[in-house]
Design a protein. Structure first.
Length: 483
């Protein structure tokens, strides 16, 4: 079933950046009754919520939304009966579906939708719901590619819907403490940021499985593929390993940067980068022969983002590290003092000092840590969200204040992050010969590092056109973004 819609008129790009910059440090406190729009409920009413992708992380999101009866869970949709079994059992009275398009068309009592499918299905599910006037909560990363993030942001604005991306640190106390320390000028002007993660914790840099396997009776493989091109089922793709495959996931960067980079994006009002470049781990299948494993993400990456001066703030260089790579340990950090936490961290380098925080923007501390003994945090500048990330979305849908990671913020953040994946994919391109696209590696060559110049308003790489094919994707027949 295909959802049709008139083409959404694009937002003027300069206005988009200007509006985002105003909201980038914090979030606008705008009551839902001011926004109006479809799906508005009185604050005393319960919200009718449907879940799309309700196993694994989806179960956690629905539990947070339900929160002992603050909502009605009126429908559940999942293509895998095994992973969704616990959710089906908990909400046993809710009708079950496998195809979210059928659910949205058939069930008319849905006010809002949570989406926690694999990355490649986020956008088509969210867009279908929003075009029917449903508020949406979408797990991170918001989308699978840059173009999808822009389109979701524009439609959410046009339809005045309540939205939230599932990077829960955005509603955490630590994030806002970090933002306030940075914006109070305690470490001076920040010009360099280092962000790192312990991901991937799934296989990457591996060969595409050859041959198919028997599809489990409990799985609808065709619906699981959704908009991605068809391939035979293999257990190497799911239920969790999909993150390491380009067609389905967004790698370690897409998985964790929406958590880790978010605090820097807010605190420094970063917006679009002007350029990005990457280094990736090479995988060899025999002596001197690079493996052609381009269906899978590389085992590790280091990505450099460059941001221009903006709103009186200096230019910023932000570096991302994954797959076991980390930034150089600060001289101010003792040899027995942990750098970040077990999952990663962020280090801000300013003209007056350095600040370090943990994976979700939590636990900000000045370096050296001895400075924290007499440190008095700045007075709070932004509203705190005591009800938690999922419940703040529920409250906003029912007339409460705006969410911390609504699409006006989460959309540009996702665009910036996924732009880094363009650099990763471009790293594996050889020098062109006779204007033709390379198809394989030449013997004795090592992939060359390319710096991509980015026009954020136009969503276009200006100096390496081949990489622009990854700004958006082609959808399989029967699937559409609907714009």
């Amino acid at each position: 079933m295909k959802t049709e819609s008139k083409k959404t008129p694009p937002i003027r790009r300069r206005k988009f950046i200007r509006d985002f910059s105003a909201a980038g440090a914090g979030f606008m406190i705008v009551p839902r009754y001011v926004l109006g729009g479809n799906g508005y409920l009185a604050p005393s009413d319960k919200l009718n919520v449907a879940g799309i992708g309700v196993g694994g992380r989806g179960r956690g999101v629905l539990n947070g939304v339900f929160n002992n009866g603050t909502t009605n869970i009126v429908a559940l949709c999942d293509v895998d009966d095994v992973t969704a079994a616990k959710t089906f059992e908990k909400f046993e009275k809710a009708p079950r579906y496998r195809d979210f398009r059928v659910m949205l068309e058939k069930q008319k009592d849905i006010d809002a939708v949570t989406i926690a499918t694999p990355d490649h299905t986020h956008a088509v599910a969210a867009m279908a719901a929003m075009q029917m006037g449903k508020h949406v909560y979408v797990e991170k990363p918001l989308t699978h590619n840059v173009y999808e993030a822009r389109m979701l942001t524009e439609v959410a604005r046009k339809n005045k819907l309540v939205t939230q991306m599932g990077n829960q640190g955005a509603s955490g106390e630590g994030t806002w403490q970090t933002v306030e320390i940075i914006q109070s000028g305690i470490i001076g002007e920040v010009t360099t940021v280092h962000c790192w993660t312990n991901r991937p914790i799934w296989p990457q840099g591996i060969a595409t499985p050859k041959g198919g396997s028997k599809i489990p009776d409990t799985l609808d493989w065709d619906l699981w593929l959704g908009p991605a091109k068809f391939r035979d089922y293999h257990p190497d793709y799911l239920p969790f390993k999909w993150r390491g495959w380009w067609d389905f996931g967004t790698g370690a960067l897409g998985d964790m940067a929406c958590h880790i980079v978010d605090v820097a994006f807010r605190a420094l009002k970063l917006g679009y980068p002007t350029s990005v470049e990457a280094s990736v781990t090479a995988v060899y299948e025999s002596d001197f022969v690079l493996a052609d494993y381009n269906d899978s993400f590389p085992p590790s990456t280091k990505i450099h983002f460059n941001f221009p001066a903006r709103d009186g703030l200096p230019a910023v260089k932000l570096a991302w590290y994954d797959g076991g790579l980390r930034p150089e340990r600060p001289d101010e950090l003792g040899h027995d003092e942990p750098m970040g936490d077990g999952g990663g961290g962020v280090i801000f380098e300013g003209t007056k000092g350095k600040l370090m925080c943990d994976t979700y923007g939590a636990n900000p501390r000045l370096l050296p840590l001895s400075k924290m003994k007499e440190f008095t945090p700045p007075k709070p500048m932004f509203r705190r969200i005591e009800e938690g990330h999922q419940q703040s979305w529920v409250n906003a849908c029912k007339g409460g204040e705006q969410t911390a990671s609504n699409f006006d913020i989460a959309g540009p953040l996702t665009e910036m992050i996924l732009m880094g994946n363009l650099a990763v994919r471009s790293y594996n391109h050889k020098v062109l010969k006779d204007g033709k696209k390379p198809t394989d590696w030449a013997p004795w060559t090592y992939p060359g590092r390319k710096r991509l110049d980015w026009d954020g308003e136009a969503m276009k790489i200006t100096n390496f056109d081949l990489a622009n094919e990854f700004v958006k994707r082609e959808y399989r027949d029967g699937w559409s973004l609907g714009v």
